[in-house]
Design a protein around this ligand. Sequence first.
Ligand SMILES: C[S@@+](CC[C@H](N)C(=O)[O-])C[C@H]1O[C@@H](n2cnc3c(N)ncnc32)[C@H](O)[C@@H]1O
Length: 264
Amino acid sequence: MNPQESNLERLLLKSVSNFFSHSEVIRYYPDRAREVGLWPHERAMFQRFLEPPPTVLDVGCGARCEAVELARWGFSVVGIDIAEPLLENARALALELGLSIPFEVTDGAKLDFAGRSFDYVTLTGQMIHHVPLRKNRIQLLREPGRVVRSGGAILLTYHDWGLKQDHQPWRSRQPASRGGEELLEIAEPGDRLVDECEGAVTESGGFVHNLTKAEMELEVADAGLLIRERARISTVAGGEPNDYWKPTRILVLEAGTATASETE
Ligand SMILES: C[S@@+](CC[C@H](N)C(=O)[O-])C[C@H]1O[C@@H](n2cnc3c(N)ncnc32)[C@H](O)[C@@H]1O
């Protein structure tokens, strides 16, 4: 990697943790967790694809409530995220509800867990879009493949850009700062800065990489994962998803054998 690329990578990665540590986003997530909890379609998705009591690693857990809700259902959950302020709120919510959930600041691409230590790994809430650069998304997918037990599953949700264009006019903001301009100039095709967080408009711009179904499935394959099941959030039971969730696709994944890059 040349020095320019490594600067770009640092800038992109920092922009994600900055966005998710921004006061507006920090305010938004715990309010959502208390007021909404899981959306009905989201609850239906977890009920359909995960079965308690096994262990779950929730990657990119934020401060909302997938981890909290799963712990309430009897799963033994560990939540990880790169945004410490969100985790502080997640810890406060768990404490309030009398739940014991370790929330750790960890990059999903560099997991500090032994191999085969979880029955399920969840990468939900479309967190994959906030991982800059294809190679980092592949590494972030490869790690769950390492820590998930054989017979277990990885649950991944993402917005299919092909479907998203039909459902939701995409809002993007022009960056005000030089740093922001650099992001738009040098990022991979499909990268955007957006002024929304799960449908809520924010003043700060956040990094998003748009993925098509073909791109997502190629990244999954390059991470050495196998697709066990595909579903659309709009077809799992639990009511009609809102516009934000309509283009969401679900992949149930399992660890495959050696990846292409490992066998070369
Ligand atoms: C759209 S939010 C979803 C949060 C939560 N899963 C939910 O649905 O409410 C994406 C989350 O992924 C986290 N994230 C982004 N990159 C990450 C990484 N490399 N490792 C761990 N977490 C990451 C962000 O900090 C943020 O909390």
